[in-house]
Design a protein around this ligand. Structure first.
Ligand code: SAM
Length: 363
């Protein structure tokens, strides 16, 4: 049990079963008891390890991608760099360190972190201060608070889209129904089914295949809306967006990818609400459809392994290993972890969007 479990039970008693999207949102970002609001979950002593926490090479490679993109666009004098869900700020700190010799880039940069967690904002502030970056840095809770100006904007997000709420709908004998969280006879949280809303019905029917009994699809108007907001921000002056996440890139994807993680293992999502990371695999096919409908060009997906190799992680790893003494094996293992197909290399994918007719580097 947790404080948040009690709050959610009361909400259900009052308003009836809540859809999975609302449950996910409350568990992750409830202003007092949300998972990300109350802790720093990263690293060996936390619940999971993300790519920037595996090795500095990850942020450095994203930095090189950014520098290439900026140079392709003629090295504009001003560049808004916006990171969605920056965690501890490690990716940004490594990106800044890795690009400090790119003439003019840091002078052009204004950074915005989009982060709901006050705990993680403090970590991001520390990471930026330690990086020595002296330009403007601001924070927002949502991208739509970002004050757009006339400069080009680049949005990046690693393991951000997977944290946005999803709805799960299943095809039953009565037609499509939505998975919801309700209460059992003895007052515990349990899954059930509620009728799908008119909006979800439209989104499901946009899919092209004929459903079979018990088909389960994941739909996220919330993620779609975020992608549209990203597109609105990058539309000006050749902006671009780059997302890295676990997910799939096939039409009409089916199946349950909702997961809860604590202490480096999978746990039951309805136990101890707010004490596990709740995510789903990103539907990159849908994400590209939404961006393209907003007028952007979509690039990728490419596997994380290929993307990092094309930028040059192999050379960087070799260089670090040569100068690392007894840390050489750790660096080699981190390189393998980020790029090998049976580690993070294939599961994680990279997608980019732009309104620039020159495209984006690498993808
Ligand atoms: C899995 S972590 C990824 C952190 C970091 N990008 C990394 O790779 O280490 C998800 C991040 O997104 C933030 N986050 C989750 N949901 C969010 C939302 N709806 N709006 C803004 N930030 C959110 C979390 O607080 C956290 O910083």
């Amino acid at each position: 049990m947790s404080e948040l479990t009690d709050i959610i039970k009361n909400m259900i008693r009052h308003d009836g079963p809540m859809d999975l999207a609302r449950y996910m949102e409350l568990c992750l970002t409830h202003p007092q008891y949300g998972y990300y609001v109350t802790r720093d979950p990263f690293g060996g002593a936390g619940d999971f390890v993300t790519a920037p926490e595996v090795s500095q090479m990850f942020g450095e490679m994203i930095g090189l991608w950014l520098a290439l993109y900026w140079q392709n666009c003629g090295s504009p004098k001003r560049l808004n760099l916006i990171e969605l869900g920056p965690g501890r700020g490690t990716l940004m700190a490594d990106l800044l360190r890795g690009t400090r010799n790119v003439a003019g880039l840091h002078q052009a940069l204004t950074i915005t972190f989009v982060e709901k967690s006050p705990t993680l904002r403090d970590k991001q502030r520390d990471a930026i201060n330690a990086s020595g970056f002296s330009g403007d840095v601001t924070w927002a809770e949502h991208l739509n608070e970002f004050a757009a100006d006339d400069a080009m904007s680049v949005v990046i997000g690693n393991e951000f889209l997977d944290a946005l709420p999803i709805h799960q709908c299943t095809f039953t004998e009565k037609g499509w129904m939505e998975r919801a969280v309700g209460l059992s006879d003895d007052g515990q949280l349990q899954y059930g089914l509620i009728p799908v809303s008119p909006l979800l019905k439209v989104l499901i029917e946009e899919r092209t295949d004929t459903p079979a009994l018990n088909d389960l699809v994941e739909i996220s108007p919330e993620r779609d809306a975020y992608i549209r907001d990203v597109c609105a921000v990058i539309k000006k002056n050749n902006g671009a967006a780059l997302f890295i996440d676990y997910g799939h890139d096939v039409p009409n994807a089916k199946g349950d990818t909702f997961q809860a993680m604590r202490d480096h293992g999978f746990v039951e999502a309805l136990k101890k609400s707010g004490h596990a990371d709740l995510t789903s695999h990103v539907d990159f096919f849908r994400t590209k459809q939404v961006a393209e409908a907003a007028g952007a060009a979509g690039f990728g997906t490419m596997t994380q392994g290929d993307f990092l190799h094309h930028i040059g992680i192999g050379h960087r790893a070799q260089n670090l290993v040569q100068n690392a003494g007894d840390k050489a094996e750790d660096i080699y293992n981190a390189y393998k972890r980020l790029t090998d197909a049976d580690q993070m290399g294939d599961l994680f994918k990279v997608v980019a969007f732009t309104y620039n007719d020159k495209g984006v580097p690498i993808l």
